[in-house]
Design a protein around this ligand. Structure first.
Ligand SMILES: NC(=O)c1ccc[n+]([C@@H]2O[C@H](COP(=O)([O-])OP(=O)(O)OC[C@H]3O[C@@H](n4cnc5c(N)ncnc54)[C@H](OP(=O)(O)O)[C@@H]3O)[C@@H](O)[C@H]2O)c1
Length: 261
């Protein structure tokens, strides 16, 4: 079989760079582009069999609209975006190529990806789907097929609600005028791990986390649940009565784990 040429738009850093390494290991010829590289997104569209969009969420739609019409039906157009409904819809609308939405559920710093989840949203065509599944399976990753809608619904919990919770915790601590160094001396292992996550969200990639939360189609619903729960449990705690909050937790445990109260 002829050597596959893959072009990663946004392959100079982060997830794109991670994917470039993975494809090189599979014996693909890999080209990458960033904002300042000699080869640009349109060059990759012309040169490559597989074109991957791995730019920040805020730049994804424009890149898809720019590159999509330059592809032919023999090529694969895919992305690594943390949200799937909008990018998959745009790839299908703007290109005749085969289309796959993909979301690896880990960050680029992870050394060993074996056993890690990756979501694949088939958009158009079968040939490239088998190839991509093969690439992930060879690296012992757990590949799950989902519609873009199902993916975004689950990410509303795994990412939007989860990161919203981290942001709320970080913001509350920041209002209390206690430094992380001071907190560290009093921290349990679990709290130290939480402080590490707060640092990652607030310092390393605030734009990525804000995009993941604000871009999720389910965010209104998630915020509604979050506000209702906080208001309800807050009122019960403030009342000074310890039975009611305990019963609330037990009732939720029943819903989560099917435990009888
Ligand atoms: N980071 C994660 O944990 C993670 C996990 C799963 C999925 N994702 C998804 O992966 C995608 C990239 O995120 P990331 O965290 O890897 O971002 P990143 O580290 O900031 O890397 C973004 C890449 O895109 C390039 N880029 C930025 N703006 C561009 C533009 N306007 N046009 C063309 N290229 C541009 C950058 O190149 P230059 O800086 O060289 O210009 C860089 O190579 C996002 O869709 C994100 O949702 C991220």
């Amino acid at each position: 079989m002829k050597k596959i040429k893959a072009g990663i738009i946004g392959g100079t850093h982060g997830m794109g760079k991670w994917f470039a390494r993975l494809l090189k290991k599979q014996d693909c010829t890999v080209y990458v582009s960033g904002r300042k590289t000699k080869l640009q997104a349109n060059d990759l569209a012309r040169l490559c069999d597989v074109v991957v969009v791995a730019v920040p969420i805020s730049a994804t739609a424009d890149i898809i609209r720019q590159v999509g019409p330059r592809l032919t039906k023999d090529q694969l157009f895919m992305d690594l975006t943390s949200l799937k409904k909008e990018p998959v819809k745009l790839m299908l609308q703007n290109s005749p190529a085969d289309v796959i939405g993909c979301h690896p559920l880990f960050g680029p710093q992870l050394k060993d990806v074996s056993g890690q989840n990756v979501i694949v949203c088939p958009g158009r065509g079968k040939k490239w789907l088998a190839w991509l599944n093969g690439v992930f399976k060879k690296n012992k990753m757990a590949v799950w097929k989902a519609t873009p809608e199902k993916h975004d619904k689950m990410m509303a919990v795994v990412q939007a609600l989860n990161h919203l919770n981290t942001i709320t915790l970080g913001m509350a601590i920041s209002q209390m005028k206690i430094t992380p160094a001071e907190i560290n001396k009093f921290s349990t292992p679990i709290f130290r791990a939480k402080m590490d996550i707060i640092r990652k969200v607030f310092v390393e990639s605030p734009a990525l986390y804000v995009d993941i939360i604000t871009g999720n189609p389910q965010i209104g619903k998630i915020l509604g649940h979050y506000e209702t729960v906080l208001k309800d449990i807050g009122a019960k705690i403030k009342s000074g009565n310890r039975i009611e909050p305990k019963e609330t937790l037990e009732k939720a445990a029943g819903k989560l784990y099917g435990r009888k109260n």
